[in-house]
Design a protein around this ligand. Structure first.
Ligand SMILES: CC(C)(COP(=O)(O)OP(=O)(O)OC[C@H]1O[C@@H](n2cnc3c(N)ncnc32)[C@H](O)[C@@H]1OP(=O)(O)O)[C@@H](O)C(=O)NCCC(=O)NCCS
Length: 133
């Protein structure tokens, strides 16, 4: 995943605070590396966590910090995110950190899996994020 997918300029390892071992990754996919926007002040958030670490609220914590980083450090005005139909864990992460549902698209190409799926798109603006702080 880290080598092939989450490998851009704004990609980070997700580490446990106890031992700093990498257990996942999170990325802001900048313009040119996402099909969700063609603006330089918008990006897409993507994330992945090793299965033994699911269900502890780790990715919501990482995603909250990445939103702060996106808006305060990188100068973003909007962050997009998405999940494929059925991935309720990812849907919950997005809801918990403040992403708002935008629309659903049928038959989205998933090149790495050589298949088509239904995709749900969400987003949060800097104003919406600031109002939650
Ligand atoms: C999506 C993902 C990042 C969630 O991270 P996480 O740190 O486990 O997030 P949370 O601990 O907040 O769990 C999210 C929700 O899933 C539920 N959940 C977690 N592990 C679960 C499990 N093994 N079985 C069922 N539900 C589970 C949690 O209860 C939580 O729901 P709730 O808030 O309603 O209680 C992680 O599952 C993952 O990496 N999945 C594979 C990659 C992926 O799907 N990436 C996102 C692509 S859009």
């Amino acid at each position: 995943m880290i080598k092939n997918v989450l490998n851009g300029k704004e990609a980070y390892a997700v580490c446990l605070k106890e031992d700093f071992k990498a257990i996942g990754a999170i990325e802001l996919k900048l313009n040119g590396h996402t099909d969700m926007t063609d603006r330089d002040d918008e990006c897409e958030m993507g994330y992945w966590l090793g299965k033994p670490f699911w269900g502890r609220g780790i990715m919501p914590e990482a995603a909250r910090e990445m939103l702060r980083h996106a808006f305060e450090d990188v100068g973003m005005t909007k962050v997009w995110c998405g999940y494929y139909d059925g991935n309720t864990k990812s849907k919950r992460v997005q809801e918990k950190v403040g992403f708002q549902f935008q629309w659903t698209t049928e038959g989205v190409d998933v090149p790495l899996m050589h298949e088509k799926r239904t995709g749900h798109v969400s987003a949060i603006t800097k104003e919406e994020w600031l109002a939650k702080q």
